[in-house]
Design a protein around this ligand. Structure first.
Ligand SMILES: *Cc1c(COP(=O)(O)O)cnc(C)c1O
Length: 391
């Protein structure tokens, strides 16, 4: 069907591939890279993003839930798929059938999963999650020997990985990060010294710890595998920003001018009249609002690109509309392109910048905008991915 959407998210698949290869290069050939494609690949589209990453050489993929793992297998993806949040009991047969690898952190659950594996004559690959200070999912380090001992005796389970997650990796010199790293390193040392109970004859579990921030700032956390997400999609994970040319942004968000008009000085703009013009103004109505993932918190804060210039938004952002002040751009016309995220001419608006205006992080910006709009794919991989575009 023809695409009549007024707003469009564009995904640059070449940038995604280059970011992946750049990260691979950074960690070196001895370290596996798990491509984090959870949350619809951070709003970039699970299947197209995964396909490009797989073609670029990715063999391990991280998703949050079972549904995403099944979707990847049904699209023909080979390689290991890790379910970061594990899986509810009713999904165990699917985990076995689709050879998915859940994270585990509950003994009763692993025992049931083992029985599901046994029934199918298979050993389910699991990754054990330890909490060295994230304060979220994972077993406490003190429980580890007991867990490992019990898991080593489960015939339907193979311990494929041992992992943890850092809560403040963007502050590598922070005392807390140092403590978290020390705790995990001590676990790894005991494991490698044979001081932890593992099933005899099995390969030692793959050790993985680093998200994007740790990958960039803490090379000692790379171990066997790293798990970058946000850096794949061209954003910096916050905190210290190394050289900013390292990653290319993958997502852009564009619309067109719907209406142009002149209004007098003292004229209230949009709901609540939170902005009143101080001069005779030319305003451009844009068909973008919070229903399109463009948060109402951007009201009277955001800037957009029109005619290659930075233009302020005025007044409250509505469900499907907002207003830009184009008084200083007499040449703009109805239907002219407007860039809300991405570049136009020599100007650029980054997800980091929008996140700052919204008082959030670029992750949320990408998820919101990416998931609420029609996506189109550009870049050298687009021809092959047309068939896997999602609604
Ligand atoms: C999402 C996630 C990551 C990726 O984090 P980024 O900051 O996007 O690199 C890594 N590990 C786990 C467990 C995650 O849930």
């Amino acid at each position: 069907m023809a695409d009549f959407h007024l707003n469009r998210v564009e995904i640059d698949l070449t940038a995604l591939r280059k970011n992946y290869l750049g990260l691979r290069n950074m960690v070196g050939s001895g370290v596996e890279v798990m491509a984090m494609v959870k949350a619809d690949a951070y709003g970039h589209g699970l299947l197209p993003a995964t396909r490009v990453l797989a073609r670029a050489g990715a063999r391990v993929f991280g998703v949050a839930e079972l549904e995403e793992g099944i979707a990847l297998r049904q699209a023909g993806l080979q390689g290991e798929i890790i379910l970061l949040l594990g899986c509810p009991e009713e999904g165990y047969p699917e985990v076995v059938e689709h050879r998915l690898s859940p994270m585990v952190f509950d003994l009763e659950a692993v025992e049931k999963l083992s029985r599901a594996g046994e029934r199918a004559g298979a050993r389910v690959a699991v990754h054990l999650k330890v909490d060295v200070g994230m304060g979220r999912v994972g077993i406490m380090p003190g429980e580890l020997p007991f867990f490992l001992e019990r898991i080593s005796r489960l015939p339907g389970i193979r311990l494929a990985g041992l992992s943890s997650h850092l809560p403040i990796a963007e502050l590598p010199a922070d005392q807390r990060t140092i403590v978290h790293c020390r705790s995990f390193v001590s676990i790894v040392q005991q494991l490698r010294a044979g001081k932890m109970p593992l099933a005899p004859g099995d390969c030692p579990p793959l050790i993985h710890f680093a998200n994007s921030a740790a990958l960039l700032y803490l090379p000692q956390t790379h171990f066997d595998m790293v798990r970058p997400g946000i850096a794949l999609y061209g954003c910096h994970p916050g905190g210290q920003v190394p050289d900013s040319g390292a990653f290319q942004p993958v997502m852009s968000f564009k619309t067109r001018i719907l209406q142009l008009k002149e209004v007098p000085a003292g004229f209230g703009i949009s709901y609540g009249h939170t902005f009143v013009t101080g001069r005779t103004s030319r305003v451009a109505l844009l068909p973008v609002g919070y229903d399109d993932g463009y948060s109402r918190r951007l009201s009277n804060r955001a800037v957009v690109l029109i005619g290659g210039r930075r233009v302020p938004l005025r007044g409250t952002i509505c469900m499907n509309a907002c207003v830009a002040d184009v008084t200083d751009l007499p040449e703009v016309r109805v239907e002219d392109e407007v860039v809300l995220l991405g570049s136009q001419g020599s100007e650029r608006i980054s997800a980091e910048e929008i996140a700052c205006w919204m008082d959030t992080i670029p992750y949320e910006v990408l998820c919101l905008i990416g998931s609420r709009n029609a996506r189109s794919y550009t870049g050298d991989d687009q021809l092959d991915s047309v068939s896997v575009q999602q609604a």
